[in-house]
Write a protein that binds this ligand. Structure first.
Ligand code: FAD
Length: 477
């Protein structure tokens, strides 16, 4: 960035938020050197970060966010919003320099309506803190991502996130009633106050999943729920995955709604799941949890699901495995269960309808295995972790314990795995992502995913962000 622009930028930001909230010293900026995308972590480790912001700024009000965006337009400086930096697709990295807009000081719960069970919460609040505040009042947000400690409300909305309770309560787009956001040209907008209406297209949904390219979310009105009075667990092993998928399909299409539905293939069951629940497991294993206000209804729902599983050759395992899974549900994602450098890792998570899901599982996992030469000892554990009335998704988690020592070669291997997995999934009838977003990692596949629709998306982006200020290059824009 030219020295004169840099000078005007820093002075302008300091005027808007005060000097203490503007971070331009290298040490302060280095905390934004990578999100949780494997390559961003590896590149930072090698001393060549993907994310090279010229400055980071921490606004405290939506009005300050609007002023910052206006300043960036004046100076033609890119902005990348930063929530918790927990994204895994590279979306939060400032790969073209400019401003990192750290939203974590917008962290208030503005109001709770205990009659309607709605709440206005600011975008920078972490999911964990929000949930803890609600639990103290007997309420819950029911969005339980494994990254709950870092992920913010705004980041969850921007990346279209999902949590372990999604099969009953939905993904983040099902929790959001309306939004307050700053447009790419710096206007503060409120979307209609209730989401069911006939007053034109829905601006709220345009922002959800836009990964910061079409606006900066500053607050959301979200649904709350009563904390459940009863939880019942059901754990079933199946001789083959197809029987488990069919049981899951019948549970969903007959209107049963376990919030937790996780079907682990035999690799995932015998490796990660068995280790987490301290029980030897050999076969595909389904972990389910049912919850609700009325204990008798919860028991009945679990009993019906049990019948369906038994009718599909399921073998019941002790419920205590489910209870242990619930207690330890996030351990899978952190060391020693989650990989660290020098490993290469990543998850191909794709979504399809029931007609295609089994083929998607087989084709995607086959393609990933074929993309990695034997010498690299690929480990691939897969589970179907979010279920819908019409389909499910597969979460294929790959790890190469020690890949090529040269970073460019390691990236080429990583990219080859994703290309093989994503393209095979799309050929078999899947969409390329269920809940982690696109970011930098999946941007090359957007054209193939959307076809002619990509041109429409680009025109929306160009009309809303004429100076290409917000997250330029992300989402394939
Ligand atoms: C260990 C681990 C476990 C995970 N488990 C899950 C899981 O269970 N479910 C799940 O969905 N994801 C999971 N993730 C991925 C990640 O946590 C989610 O994508 C999360 O939604 C990102 O939130 P964040 O606040 O960290 O956003 P960031 O990573 O900071 O940003 C993500 C994107 O959103 C944009 N953005 C952030 N805030 C805003 C805002 N206010 N307005 C506009 N744009 C914004 C950023 O520019 C970027 O494009 C996991 C990640 C890790 C590392």
């Amino acid at each position: 960035m030219a020295a004169l622009v840099q000078e005007r930028l820093i002075a302008g930001l300091q005027r808007i938020v005060g000097a203490a909230a503007v971070m331009d010293a290298p040490a302060a900026r280095s905390q934004y050197a990578n999100d949780q995308w494997w390559y961003a972590i590896a590149a930072s480790g090698a001393g060549h970060p993907v994310s090279t912001p010229d400055v980071a700024v921490k606004p405290q009000t939506p009005e300050q966010v609007a002023e910052i965006v206006q300043l960036a337009n004046e100076l033609r400086v890119p902005i990348t919003p930063w929530g918790g930096g927990s994204g895994v697709q590279g979306a939060a990295n400032a790969d073209r320099g400019g401003i990192i807009l750290d939203l974590r000081a917008l962290d208030r719960v503005r109001s709770i309506d205990e009659k309607s069970l709605t709440c206005v919460v600011e975008a920078g609040k972490t999911v964990r803190e929000f949930e803890a505040e609600l639990n103290a009042k007997g309420l819950t947000f029911t969005h339980y991502p494994a990254s709950t400690e870092w992920a913010t409300i705004g980041g969850s909305i921007a990346a279209r996130g999902s949590g372990v309770l999604s099969s009953k309560y939905g993904k983040i787009e099902d929790h959001v009633l309306n939004l307050e956001f700053v447009t790419p040209t710096g206007e503060l907008v409120h979307t209609p106050s209730v989401p069911r209406h006939a007053v034109g297209p829905e601006l709220t949904q345009l922002q959800i999943g836009a990964e910061g390219t079409l606006g900066v979310v500053t607050a959301a009105t979200v649904k709350l729920r009563l904390l459940p009075k009863k939880r019942v667990f059901l754990v079933v092993s199946f001789a083959n995955l197809a029987d488990g998928i069919e049981a899951g399909r019948l549970i969903m299409v007959t209107g049963l709604r376990p919030p937790v539905m996780r079907l682990y293939d035999h690799h995932a069951a015998s490796h990660s799941l068995a280790r987490a629940v301290e029980t030897p497991l050999e076969h595909p294993t389904f972990v389910m949890m049912f919850d609700g206000e009325y204990p008798d209804l919860v028991e009945l729902e679990a009993a019906k699901a049990r019948e369906i599983c038994l009718a599909h050759n399921g073998k019941l395992l002790p419920d205590s495995i489910g209870e242990m899974w619930w207690e330890r549900r996030y351990v899978f994602y952190y060391p020693p269960y989650a990989p660290e450098l020098p490993s290469i890792w990543g998850t191909v998570d794709v979504v399809a309808d029931f007609e295609h899901i089994e083929a998607v599982y087989h084709e995607t996992t086959k393609a990933i295995r074929a993309a990695v030469p034997d010498k690299w000892n690929l480990s691939l554990t897969t589970h179907l972790s979010h279920w819908y009335e019409w389909g499910s998704m597969i979460y294929a988690r790959m790890k190469i314990p020690t890949g090529p020592s040269d970073l460019a070669e390691a990236k080429a291997l990583h990219d080859a795995v994703f290309k093989a997995g994503v393209e095979a999934a799309m050929r078999a009838g899947a969409l390329m992502n269920d809940h982690h977003g696109v970011g930098i990692r999946l941007a090359p596949f957007m054209e193939a995913q959307y076809g002619a629709g990509m041109d429409t998306l680009r025109r929306i982006k160009a009309a809303m962000d004429p100076n290409n200020i917000l997250c330029p290059g992300k989402l394939g824009f």
